[in-house]
Write a protein that binds this ligand. Structure first.
Ligand code: C2E
Ligand code: MG
Ligand code: MG
Ligand code: MG
Length: 279
């Protein structure tokens, strides 16, 4: 770095500056989109591996940006997190998703035991009064608490947010279900998770992907699934893409599955068509 010319520093500085402006612009655009209720939710079915029937629907946020086009969460959730927009974004998704479930229920498109899953961020726990948000949305939409499941990541538990156990217990007391998302990618062990009021573990797709090729992974998943069942937690495997993976997971008594083999995340319209074709 030392012996580089002055021009290189300028280029570096310019790039940083551009990046900063771009982020600021995106942050502004995102704030406006949230205010205008302009985010889109996609829906992906979660399947009961015994019956092949749908058991839940995960809501996954998308953003149609005026210039940049259709954006996946990895393109804008980090910005939402850094700018504190995650709280209003999360609230918007929670409300939209529960409303949508209500509509599908009223249209008799889904069986009454099917849950809507909503991803909830750490910030919603820290500053967002998530418990009140959940009470409000249940009140407003009149969906049963048993039809709502929140998905939280291991980091929420690992970071020891104040009162986290109490908040989770209150949420569970309402009848709302709680799942740990992306299990296996964070720091927590099942031994730690045991102390939290959870119903479900979602095993990250990183553990499902190598199932076809590395037999050792089968043993590993078998261990996790057995342990979860002993702790009275049901298990979802994410990222099921092949019949072979499905067959292995069925043999391991994995309860539920999610992945492209069943369906990609779908727009509201696409999902309505998908579910009609299931019957
Ligand atoms: P996640 O909660 O683990 O969601 C599952 C992700 O895996 C989704 O990515 C989904 O499209 C993808 N996926 C599903 N099946 C397959 C498969 O068979 N193969 C592969 N390769 N991928 C599959 P997506 O929609 O891009 O979302 C990424 C992450 O963004 C989510 O991971 C979640 O952590 C976060 N996220 C999405 N929506 C929200 C939201 O409304 N609030 C919060 N806090 N986070 C969200
Ligand atoms: Mg999730
Ligand atoms: Mg996940
Ligand atoms: Mg994941």
């Amino acid at each position: 770095v030392k012996n580089k010319g002055k021009g290189d520093y300028q280029v570096f500085g310019r790039e940083m500056y551009d990046d900063f402006i771009r982020r600021l612009q995106l942050q502004n655009d995102l704030r406006k989109s949230i205010e205008k209720d302009n985010l889109i939710i996609y829906y992906q079915p979660i399947i009961d591996l015994k019956t092949g029937k749908i058991t839940s629907i995960e809501s996954l946020v998308r953003w149609q940006h005026p210039e940049l086009g259709f954006l996946n969460p990895n393109k804008f959730l980090p910005i939402a997190e850094q700018s504190g927009l995650m709280i209003s974004l999360g609230k918007l998704v929670l409300n939209k998703a529960c409303n949508q479930l209500k509509q599908w229920q009223e249209a008799n498109l889904i069986p009454e035991n099917v849950c809507i899953n909503v991803n909830v961020s750490e910030q919603q726990f820290e500053q967002g009064n998530i418990l009140q948000q959940i009470k409000d949305v249940l009140n407003k939409t009149q969906i049963s608490p048993h039809n709502l499941r929140i998905e939280i990541t291991e980091s929420i538990i690992a970071h020891q947010i104040q009162n986290i156990t109490k908040i989770l217990s209150e949420i569970k007391k309402l009848g709302v279900k709680i799942a740990i998302d992306d299990f296996g990618t964070g720091y927590s062990s099942l031994a730690r998770l045991r102390n939290f009021p959870l119903n479900q573990i979602k095993i990250d797709k990183a553990f499902v992907k190598p199932l076809n090729t590395h037999p050792k992974n089968i043993k590993f998943l078998q261990g996790i699934i057995t342990l979860c069942h002993n702790l009275e937690l049901n298990v979802v495997c994410e990222g099921i893409e092949t019949e072979t993976q499905l067959e292995i997971l069925q043999k391991l008594n994995c309860n539920y599955g999610q992945g492209y083999l069943f369906s990609k995340p779908l727009s509201q319209e696409e999902f309505s068509l998908w579910i009609m074709n299931q019957i």
